[in-house]
Design a protein around this ligand. Structure first.
Ligand SMILES: Cc1ncc(COP(=O)(O)O)c(C=O)c1O
Length: 408
């Protein structure tokens, strides 16, 4: 008899986006003449930078020639890409990361979902609330939690992000082993300061814990002084793994490329307290279960680091930040408190009412779709997330509709 992994039975049905889809479909059916503008999903709408497209085409052509054809790539990714990542994304910012510590992957979702499997099942996991759901669900699947009750899984230490702590979680009051942090944050758009991040790194060092730092949105940071990488903070190399993605920077959501940095100084411990290299564990896992990202995609990613590519990526992120600034400005003018949207493509809006009630009101009165904050965790109740990932004209139109609906 084939038995199933019963941990999957503990998972909440992926209620959030299916419930949004159901409500939007019902509205559309009832009002077929009404236009709907979606500012809910965090997917990009602009095409790939032309520098990436040119490199992509050229690499595809190379695959058609027997002299330049390439088969399986190196397991950690091609050197040409890893060297640029280490030099530009880290060393130029004063962060000590070597090319050999970079693992190229087909996106950050897989890395943040998979990396937990190199740690013991009985580690104590700290996860922010509200949260990008992948961190939580993959730990549920792995059996690190009890049942789901009152909006939370037993066994997880939740790191509340609320107005009380300006949406930056406080250090845990109990010992934890594995800590997920994401800045700029999805869904709140909050950013962390160097001092605050130093506090987390110091905590991890004191407790021999490990931080999984998701920096998928670092390219949206504009304020000087905010850390883009956790390795800008002293001591982080020993206690932090960082994940990044080309999805929201260069529009790679459809072609897939990201990377994870696992410094050689990071240590984990076996049952007898003996030290092991987390880098070596991740290398073993990566080499066993992953067979590298396609050559043309890695060449397209490399183009992000050319003069033209970096300018185009900056233009792309500026474009979405312009949307974010407008959303923030208009909602603030309507009297709503907003978090994020300045160094982040997400705006976390205090709706001063039940999240789903606010969602319904925006849909019914303005034909605009947002994401109810309660879907990201208990602390998200009362908030909605508005995404800046859309065409500027659509965002302007959505805001006109919201203004007309809410001020009328
Ligand atoms: C916080 C966060 N991490 C990771 C990802 C996944 O990125 P990728 O497209 O590289 O899988 C997302 C995507 O929405 C995200 O919001």
């Amino acid at each position: 008899m084939i038995k199933i992994n019963e941990n999957y039975l503990k998972l909440k049905a992926s209620y959030l986006f299916s419930e949004i889809a159901t409500r939007v479909a019902a509205y559309q059916k009832a009002h077929p003449e009404k236009e709907i503008i979606k500012l809910g999903i965090g997917d990009v709408t602009r095409p790939l930078p032309s520098a990436c497209i040119e490199a992509f085409h050229q690499a595809v052509d190379e695959m058609s020639d027997v002299e330049t054809f390439r088969g399986y790539g190196p397991e950690k990714g091609y050197d040409f890409l890893r060297q640029k990542i280490a030099a530009v994304d880290f060393q130029a910012a004063g962060a000590d990361v070597e090319a050999d510590e970079v693992f190229v992957s087909d996106g950050s979702k897989c890395d943040c979902g998979n990396i937990q499997e190199i740690f013991a099942t009985d580690v104590t996991v700290a996860i922010p609330d509200p949260v990008y759901p992948v961190y939580l669900d993959t730990n549920v699947m792995a059996g690190r939690t009890g049942a789901f009750a009152d909006g939370r899984y037993r066994g997880i230490v939740y790191l509340d992000s609320s107005r009380a702590n300006s949406f930056i979680p406080d250090l845990p009051t109990e010992p934890v082993d594995l800590i997920y942090l994401c800045f700029p944050n999805n869904p709140t758009g909050a950013t962390i300061t160097m001092d605050q991040l130093q506090g987390w790194v110091d905590y991890a060092r004191e407790n021999r814990a490990l931080i999984l730092y998701d920096a998928a949105y670092e390219a949206y940071i504009r304020a000087p002084g905010l850390p883009k990488s956790i390795y800008e903070v002293k001591g982080a190399r020993e206690v932090a793994v960082e994940m990044r993605s080309f999805s929201k920077t260069a529009g790679f959501t459809g072609i897939r490329c990201g990377y994870t940095v696992v410094p050689k100084d990071c240590r984990g411990y076996d049952g007898s307290g003996k030290e092991h290299s987390i880098h070596d564990f991740w290398l073993r896992r990566h080499a066993t279960k992953f067979n590298s990202v396609s050559y043309p995609v890695q060449r397209a990613a490399e183009a992000v680091y050319t003069v033209n590519g970096s300018r185009q990526v900056r233009d792309l992120t500026d474009y979405y930040l312009r949307n974010a600034a407008l959303i923030r400005e208009e909602l603030t003018a309507l009297g709503y408190e907003c978090i994020g949207g300045d160094n982040s493509p997400y705006i976390w809006v205090d709706g001063r009412m039940d999240s789903w009630a606010f969602f319904d009101m925006l849909l019914e009165k303005a034909g605009v779709v947002c994401t109810p904050g309660a879907g990201f965790g208990r602390c998200g109740e009362g908030f909605i997330r508005i995404s800046a990932f859309n065409h500027h004209e659509r965002v302007q139109k959505a805001l006109e509709k919201i203004k007309a609906a809410l001020s009328g």
